[in-house]
Design a protein around this ligand. Structure first.
Ligand SMILES: Cc1ncc(COP(=O)(O)O)c(C=O)c1O
Length: 410
């Protein structure tokens, strides 16, 4: 049999199958309640609007264009709609500052490709989005913990990056309702990231797929907005904003975008040309119609439902979790971050939970570049209704209480 691994590039060494994915293969069992996925509730997709938009497109005279290749930058009316939305958020830009990508995930991959030579350093949260680590890993970087409070010296970051064989290239941060913690960065932290990036002279990648899913509280300016306020113009900024339609309208059409200074957009267009030429033309056209017709109403509608589910989950955690367990209270998004007593291992508990309690979650260590955070877990609150949330959290609470009281913490 062919020894494939000797043929694969060294970067393939960093692409390892997740043991969590293996464990979570049992999710389709009937009794299982899953808080594991980071997915929207499919019952809330604007299916009728999408259906009407596809139909309308085929009734147009120029419908062949929808089935054709298209420009790598993306469908102009969609880029215009997005730049208009960005402007409403305080980010003055034009469609030339927008690249359409196949989800924010593709943008992260392209940014890894653009910035990281093997041995370069990416600054990331501790924890951070698992998919960002997976995307960046292919480019063989080193990671350092991003500290938004100015507690580490620039020299310290640089010396460590040098010892890893490269330089610091970017800081990656999710500003609102982060995956996995649900945490929103304070204004002080946002400014701290930009200060650090300025001192290190690096790029900032702002990953913002959950930004519109705010249930309460006042929205804070994005990193890109703050950067524009400092630099005077988007063309002078160092921040690259990644947006997505996945968490608002639909992840199935695979559409996201990058908003940044034009030199970054131009370079990413070259990467896109080499990678997949263009994101689905027909989906971009349909997304434009649906976004134009119902984006705000739809987001308002799903936020009402998701807020209720967050409240149900927080109430259920308060009722059923044993002492020593704490959790975050996000103002939006899709996730609650749970911390167990220090000596507990959420990965081992997941195994038991799938067998005994029929409840799934994602253990915390998956989100740490150094695989720490073993006593943490991520719970998704958007994909189950209130009854399942109550039943699932009560089962999980009972399991954790049993493990703690029997002293059989792993
Ligand atoms: C923080 C974060 N960034 C990016 C993505 C990828 O989203 P998309 O579906 O737009 O590729 C996700 C998806 O879960 C995410 O949570």
């Amino acid at each position: 049999m062919q020894n494939w691994s000797q043929l694969f590039a060294t970067r393939a060494d960093r692409m390892v199958a997740s043991e969590i994915r293996e464990l979570l293969k049992v999710l389709d069992q009937p009794e299982m309640i899953s808080f594991a996925g980071g997915i929207p509730d499919p019952a809330l997709f604007p299916a009728e609007e999408f259906k009407a938009a596809y139909q309308e497109l085929f009734e147009q005279d120029d419908h062949q264009a929808a089935l054709q290749y298209s420009v790598s930058e993306g469908y102009k009316p969609l880029r215009k709609w997005i730049s208009g939305r960005m402007a409403l958020q305080g980010i003055a830009c034009s469609e030339d500052n927008i690249l359409i990508t196949s989800g924010a995930q593709q943008a992260l991959d392209y940014l890894g490709k653009l910035f990281l030579s093997a041995g370069d350093t990416a600054l990331v949260g501790w924890p951070t989005y698992l998919g960002a680590l997976q995307a960046f890993n292919a480019y063989e970087p080193a990671y350092q913990r991003l500290d938004a409070h100015g507690n580490r010296s620039v020299k310290d970051y640089q010396a460590k990056a040098k010892s890893s064989g490269g330089t610091v290239k970017f800081a990656y941060a999710s500003t609102d309702f982060a995956n996995p913690t649900g945490q929103t960065l304070t204004l002080h932290e946002r400014k701290g990231i930009l200060d650090l990036a300025e001192q290190l002279d690096i790029a900032v990648i702002e990953d913002a797929p959950y930004q519109c899913l705010r249930f309460e509280g006042k929205a804070l300016p994005s990193l890109l907005e703050l950067d524009i306020a400092r630099s005077g113009d988007i063309e002078a900024t160092r921040t690259i904003y990644c947006g997505s339609f996945s968490k608002t309208l639909s992840p199935g059409l695979r559409l996201g975008w990058v908003c940044a200074a034009t030199p970054v957009i131009h370079q990413m267009v070259l990467i896109k040309q080499a990678a997949d030429l263009n994101s689905s033309t027909i989906n971009q056209m349909v997304m434009t119609k649906v976004a134009e017709s119902c984006f705000d109403e739809h987001v308002e509608k799903i936020c009402v439902v998701y807020k209720e589910r967050r409240d149900h989950m927080i109430a259920a955690l308060a009722s059923h979790m044993p002492e020593g367990v704490t959790w975050s209270r996000p103002e939006g998004g899709m996730f609650i971050w749970v911390e167990l007593p220090e000596n507990m291992d959420a990965a081992a508990i997941l195994k038991t939970s799938l067998e005994v309690a029929n409840v799934a979650f994602v253990p915390g260590h998956a989100f740490f570049a150094d695989r720490s955070g073993r006593n943490c877990m991520r719970l998704n609150f958007t994909s189950c209704g209130p009854d399942k949330i109550e039943t699932g959290i009560s089962r999980l609470g009972r399991l954790l209480a049993d493990l703690i009281s029997s002293g059989s913490v792993t």
